[in-house]
Design a protein around this ligand. Structure first.
Ligand code: B1M
Length: 207
């Protein structure tokens, strides 16, 4: 584990920011900084599941991660394309309030020139459908971090089909525990392993 990942795992806030600032100065790509922090926060989750950390520590780790993103956001946005590539609807599914990954995907999508309709967290299926109807977006993205919210992803896909919109939109799913099996279960079109892949899939869809 890198020094930065360890500092985040240990919730050493000051050290995390100092290391991130140093990396920014040295020109380390934003995606590498995110990957290191991701490793650290996954370790926090592991300590939480081993009952060595409590929910307060989980919340604190998320706050540190959010501050890191604020610091690196200008780097991500500086690559912003001026053209408008298309609309993407995105939200964290009902029952789930994790939003760090979703927000990262949004930052990268906006940086790449997409118009993003952010539905927020704990989003019921009907909201995704409503947004797809109202905006005419060709992509619906769902984030989920809790394995018991997988059925919600399927509900959204089914609701889009029931509304007659399934042929008009491509559905992307993502989030730490999501994989190809989950994509298949939900009936989605694509699984994105990380934010960069999510953006690349959107680029392909709108190509
Ligand atoms: Co929660 N939590 N949490 N948590 N939390 C996990 C997910 C967990 C794995 C921790 C653990 O036990 N090891 C576990 C889930 C177990 C499971 O179901 N598999 C868990 C649990 C159990 C819970 C609670 C139930 C705890 C409790 O209350 N007892 C509770 C649930 C609340 C709810 O949602 N209803 C809960 C609460 C929280 C906090 C609120 C404290 C906080 C979230 C704060 C926030 O998001 N604002 C939190 C955190 C921080 C975590 C961990 C530690 C970190 C998640 C994170 O932000 N990662 C997490 C541990 C882990 O993930 N292993 C954990 C960083 C982020 C950048 O990664 O979101 O995966 P991620 O996004 C990546 C990719 O997945 C991808 O791009 C991103 C960047 O590459 N991606 C997409 C994500 N969405 C995408 C969508 C796309 C494309 C790519 O297209 C649409």
């Amino acid at each position: 584990m890198t020094e930065l990942a360890q500092a985040l795992r240990d919730l050493d806030e000051k050290k995390v920011y100092a290391l991130v600032d140093k990396k920014i100065e040295e020109g380390t790509p934003a995606t590498s900084i995110i990957a290191e922090c991701n490793e650290g926060i996954v370790a926090v989750g592991q300590l939480f599941s081993e009952q060595k950390y409590y929910i307060s520590q989980l919340i604190f780790s998320a706050e540190i991660f959010k501050q890191v993103i604020k610091r690196i956001e200008p780097l991500l946005e500086s690559t912003a394309a001026q053209d408008h590539r298309g609309k993407v609807i995105i939200g964290t599914v009902k029952g789930d309030i994790h939003d760090i990954g979703k927000n990262l995907v949004i930052t990268l999508l906006r940086g790449a020139g997409f118009e993003v309709i952010d539905l927020g967290v704990d989003v019921p299926a009907e909201k995704f459908v409503e947004a797809a109807k109202d905006t005419g977006a060709r992509v619906v993205g769902m984030s989920a971090l809790l394995n018991f919210t997988y059925p919600e992803m399927k509900n959204v896909v089914d609701a889009l089909a029931a509304a007659g919109l399934r042929d008009q939109v491509k559905v992307i799913v993502g989030g730490a525990p999501v994989n190809e099996k989950v994509r298949d279960f939900a009936g989605a079109d694509f699984y994105a392993e990380d934010a960069v892949q999510g953006v690349n899939i959107c680029k392909e869809i709108y190509a």
